[in-house]
Design a protein around this ligand. Structure first.
Ligand SMILES: CC(C)(COP(=O)(O)OP(=O)(O)OC[C@H]1O[C@@H](n2cnc3c(N)ncnc32)[C@H](O)[C@@H]1O)[C@@H](O)C(=O)NCCC(=O)NCCS
Ligand SMILES: Nc1ncnc2c1ncn2[C@@H]1O[C@H](COP(=O)(O)OP(=O)(O)OP(=O)(O)O)[C@@H](O)[C@H]1O
Length: 304
């Protein structure tokens, strides 16, 4: 049964930007997280610190608010897609300027920017997911334009003109649809996996639920299918043991944490999924949580 009640007017764009930045900060601060930046340090990332992630989160409030404002003021369609693509690339430049050229939140900006646009336009979780999916399905006329070159400092990531991103490389090599595929399907790991688990069992379980299922291109890029499989299996083992709060679950969590550190495995896509779930949880009343319909999630059966 679909329960998709609009309980109040959608939050304003400025509020959505603030809530998104807060969600990014809360995700970064949540500790412990296997492989990801947290209060203990950079996890599997040699080039990131917690203060860097917090600065990056703050820098993204304005572009995410701008995505929401655009969705309020323009009808859905190609012009809005072009506008949001430009805002996204400008947001990536701001992120790189805030971090000295490190890609702290590219995937997170993508997810939260599209979902903020969807929330501004529709006010509901299912509406936001469907809206984001429809936008992501449209070609971005500015795709391939550099998001580097602002004097932000060292460019650590191949998102600029002429260089393929990690996600593109992995898509070509393994056929993984990655962050674009997740968006085009209406962010099922955010809406149908992490958000309900977050509300029931908290943030660590929500992160693990995503890690146990997501085809994360960060993991594929660094460690191939074997690395991805090891992380998914490790996360599933924690959940099977009752979560990190049980003795067996805590031991399994510790094994997963050490595995990620030893092999430099970062589940960055699941970090984004957790941040997006925290954002939706804060922005939309629990009464408006939905079981989305098959039109938005054609493969919804995959997510019980
Ligand atoms: C589609 C995006 C993510 C680029 O995709 P690509 O796979 O090439 O990117 P890249 O490898 O640099 O990073 C992808 C990031 O997504 C996350 N991710 C990885 N796997 C997944 C997954 N299966 N599901 C969701 N997120 C994932 C990770 O954080 C990863 O680092 C996006 O950045 C983009 O096109 N931006 C252009 C600007 C734009 O249109 N913005 C609009 C909204 S602001
Ligand atoms: N707490 C977190 N720590 C690290 N990354 C996170 C976190 N939360 C979300 N992420 C996501 O993980 C992605 C990190 O990207 P990735 O692992 O590809 O880093 P990179 O530095 O570009 O790659 P590499 O280090 O392999 O060269 C970001 O796009 C970001 O959105």
């Amino acid at each position: 049964m679909a329960i998709d009640t609009v309980t109040s007017a959608p939050p304003t764009p400025a509020r959505l930007g603030r809530l998104a930045a807060r969600a990014l900060r809360e995700e970064a601060l949540h500790t412990p997280k296997p492989g990801l930046v947290d209060r203990r340090g950079g996890g599997a990332h040699r080039d990131m610190t917690l203060p860097m992630l917090l600065a990056s989160a703050d820098a993204l409030a304005a572009p995410i608010a701008a995505c929401a404002a655009a969705a309020r003021s323009m009808p859905p369609g190609r012009d809005l897609r072009a506008e949001i693509g430009g805002i996204g690339r400008d947001g990536e430049r701001r992120m790189l300027a805030a971090t000295g050229g490190v890609n702290t939140h590219r995937g997170a900006l993508w997810a939260l920017g599209l979902l903020a646009a969807g929330l501004a336009a529709t006010g509901t979780v299912a509406g936001a997911a469907g809206f984001a999916a429809a936008l992501a399905a449209l070609d971005d006329p500015g795709a391939g334009r550099a998001s580097h070159g602002t004097g932000a400092g060292r460019a650590s990531h191949g998102t600029g003109a002429g260089r393929a991103s990690h996600g593109t490389g992995v898509r070509l090599r393994y056929g993984a649809p990655g962050a674009m595929g997740e968006a085009r399907r209406g962010f099922p790991h955010v809406v149908r996996v992490a958000l309900p688990v977050l509300r029931r069992d908290g943030r660590t379980s929500a992160l693990l639920a995503s890690m146990s299922r997501l085809e994360d291109t960060c993991l594929l890029h660094r460690a191939g299918p074997a690395g991805l499989r090891a992380v998914r299996t490790g996360a599933a083992a924690v959940l099977r043991a009752g979560g990190s709060g049980t003795a067996a679950g805590a031991a399994a969590f510790d094994r997963l944490d050490r595995l990620c550190r030893r092999h430099h495995l970062s589940p960055g896509g699941s970090g984004d999924v957790l941040a997006a779930a925290i954002f939706l949880d804060a922005a939309v009343s629990p009464d408006a949580v939905v079981v989305p319909d098959a039109a938005v999630f054609p493969d919804a059966a995959v997510f019980p």
